[in-house]
Write a protein that binds this ligand. Structure first.
Ligand SMILES: O=C(O)C(=O)CO
Length: 369
């Protein structure tokens, strides 16, 4: 036997292993790890051209490694050595990777779908309640040393004044709305959407309806049979119906060429006036400039956002609006979930090395498995 046959496969590590060290140690025992020395896209492309990664079988990448490589678009995929056969992404959303470019080069891509569901749905729940109850306006007033929009003394003074007259002078955030009995419309009924449906029905007593590319009969049955209390979800056939009859809209669909700006001026006009919108998917599924206008006109009452069109930049119209609750992309930001995501991605690496296939290949490539 030649010595080549005993060589371990090489793995290109884009990003770092933060949590799943035990799982990663299984990989380091069966593969050699190559890490780039470059610090930006230009030098990364030069490093690719220098042959530094030649003979790597697979690339493991984190969401944050985009700051090094930029998006894994056509140019970057073409720069990778032809030995790369798999890209194992840590995260559910893989919009930073051009799947057509990978498919054309025979590169199979995996993501970590189920691992993110609970934490992302919890984040949506937080944003939903915060946006419905106008908590952001009250919380930011407090940080300005104001009590619900005025100093405590001012408020007391104004209360005294109010007793003498019938004049209402106390500055308060507008009254919020209770979620109970309201209708949540979910756009995109995947794992996160279903998890959210279960949570809002159980915790808040909300009604749930959804729009998806296809009606998910199996998912509806699961929700009915496993939900506690029973979760009855209604399927709606059109965007008009979803937007026109939902009190709250949650965006839970992946970002791709078809879903970019799926919510824009025309869709805002179809919405029930005063709707509340939650986005934990990707910023660019909604047209941010159009959202700012819809908030200013009052067509949209309030929003809760975890994701933005040009992260880490946020539209100034969103930052300035007290009816906007903002979280800096922290949907999966928990020890348990980040660990689970890394472990899931590592299980894809292990399967690729040992069995030549992926545990969770992206849906567009199912026929390549
Ligand atoms: O899993 C994802 O796609 C995320 O955005 C987590 O940060």
């Amino acid at each position: 036997m030649g010595s080549e046959e005993h060589q371990k496969p090489k793995i290109l590590l884009l990003g770092t292993i933060e949590h799943a060290h035990d799982a990663w140690s299984r990989i380091t025992s069966i593969a050699d790890i190559i890490q780039p020395t470059s610090t930006d896209r230009t030098s990364f492309l030069s490093e690719c051209a220098s042959g530094a990664f030649s003979s790597c079988l697979l690339a493991y990448r984190t969401f944050d490694s985009t700051t090094l490589t930029g998006p894994l678009d056509q140019d970057l995929i073409s720069a990778l050595p032809s030995s790369i056969k798999y890209i194992c992404h840590v995260g559910a959303g893989y919009d930073a990777i051009s799947i057509p470019a990978c498919t054309a080069r025979g590169i199979r891509v995996s993501n970590t779908p189920g691992a993110v569901d609970e934490a992302t749905a919890d984040c949506a729940l937080f944003l939903l309640l915060g946006a419905m109850r106008n908590f952001n306006a009250g919380m930011t007033a407090l940080r300005r040393n104001e009590w619900r929009g005025g100093t405590e003394d001012q408020v007391k003074e104004e209360e005294e004044e109010e007793k003498k007259t019938t004049k209402k002078t106390i500055k308060m955030p507008p009254l919020g709305r209770d979620p109970r009995g309201k209708t949540l419309g979910i756009l995109g009924m995947g794992g996160i959407g279903k998890c959210l449906a279960r949570k809002v029905a159980g915790a808040f007593g909300m009604k749930v309806q959804y729009l998806n590319r296809r009606r998910d009969w199996e998912g509806e049955k699961e929700l009915r049979e496993q939900g506690s209390p029973r979760v009855e979800v209604e399927w709606v056939e059109t965007m008009e119906e979803l937007l026109g009859t939902s009190d709250v809209l949650s965006l839970n669909l992946p970002l791709n060429a078809e879903t970019r700006h799926i919510i824009s001026t025309k869709e805002f006009a179809m919405m029930k006036p005063g709707i509340v919108i939650i986005n934990t998917a990707r910023g660019a599924v909604m047209d941010e400039a159009a959202l700012v206008e819809a908030l200013e006109s009052g067509q949209v009452q309030s929003v809760g956002l975890d994701v933005y069109e040009n992260e880490p930049e946020i539209h100034p119209g969103l930052l300035a609006n007290p009816n906007v609750m903002l979280v800096p992309h922290m949907g999966t930001w928990t020890v348990e979930t980040e660990t689970k995501m890394e472990e899931w991605a590592i299980s894809n690496v292990q399967m690729a090395i040992e069995e030549g296939k992926l545990r969770s290949i992206v849906p567009e490539q199912r026929n390549m498995q």
